[in-house]
Design a protein around this ligand. Structure first.
Ligand code: IPE
Ligand code: IPE
Ligand code: MG
Length: 266
């Protein structure tokens, strides 16, 4: 149960003047939420468990958050699951994370289809173990017709690497003559990023109290609203997600304009 502009919301419904509304009608729901899922290791260490237990528990939070996004009508969810820098972690942790990922994908295929979720991936997936790539490719292909929620996993992802790969592609097109320099504008550049076709995130959430972007979506976050949660990712609940969305709903996004211009346009 949470409060919203003086009203009470219960079980996804809001009663106001005798009428029942669903929450998405009364909350300002971001179209695209991106999450830096952080704090798995600390969650496990606090319990004197190996770090992988935190990652395993983190998978449950992924399921919870996907369920809540479906319930609220969020159409795009992007999860930072493994960064290009995370390859530098101890080999046993990297191997355990890759295994966990392959298992998660295998387990989720049915529910992705049932819930009409389309899976996408961003990052340099050529670096992933072939078993993971195989199941990833299969899942992406099988779910490609789904349209209720686009779930994008950032795997082996670094924004600087993504930007450099886009630059290389553009330079290649320019050198071979299929692209002139004047044609390189923001739209064309964005179309060469891994996120091509996705709207920019409206809301970025980072868990575990860290306040940095850690090489995530540097281009795409230009006008995102940031929400930092103290909660470690394995403890991240539907309630905490709603708190972030409520906070988002109370912000005024000005996109470089003055507050007066902004309210005149809405
Ligand atoms: C986030 O949790 C998951 C990955 C980066 C794969 P961490 O593993 O970074 O957890 P902490 O930050 O060490 O607690
Ligand atoms: C960012 O978390 C990457 C993911 C959540 C996958 P890290 O834990 O790797 O980031 P830093 O090292 O604290 O910046
Ligand atoms: Mg971390």
């Amino acid at each position: 149960m949470i409060g919203c502009s003086g009203f009470l919301i219960r079980n996804g419904f809001l009663r106001c003047a005798g009428q029942l509304f669903t929450v998405p009608e009364v909350m300002n729901i971001p179209r695209h939420i991106a999450i830096i899922m952080d704090g798995n290791g600390r969650w496990a260490e606090q319990r004197r468990l190996p770090r992988i237990f935190g990652h395993q528990q983190g998978v449950e939070s992924v399921r919870r958050v996907v369920r809540e996004c479906l319930a609220l009508g969020v159409s795009h969810l992007t999860l930072y699951a493994f960064s290009s820098e995370n390859w530098g972690r101890p080999a046993d942790e990297v191997a355990a994370l890759m295994e966990l990922l392959a298992r998660f994908l295998a387990q989720e295929l049915d529910s992705l289809m049932r819930e009409e979720i389309r899976l996408r991936v961003i990052g340099d997936i050529t670096l992933l173990p072939s078993a993971v790539r195989r199941i990833l490719d299969q899942t992406i292909q099988r779910s490609s017709g789904n349209g209720r929620l686009v779930l994008t996993l950032a795997l082996s992802y670094g924004a600087r690497d993504e930007i450099l790969r886009a630059v290389r592609r553009l330079v290649h097109q320019a050198v071979e003559g299929s692209l002139t320099l004047d044609e390189i504008d923001e739209t064309h550049f964005a179309a060469n990023l891994d996120t091509a076709g996705l709207p920019d995130p409206d809301l970025l959430i980072r868990t575990s109290g860290e306040m940095r972007v850690s090489n995530f979506l540097l281009w795409q976050l230009a006008y995102a609203e940031f929400f930092f949660s103290e909660v470690l990712w394995p403890d991240f609940s539907a309630e905490e997600l709603r708190k972030a969305i409520e906070d988002f709903g109370a912000r005024q996004r000005r996109f470089g304009l003055t507050a007066r211009q902004d309210s005149a346009e809405t």
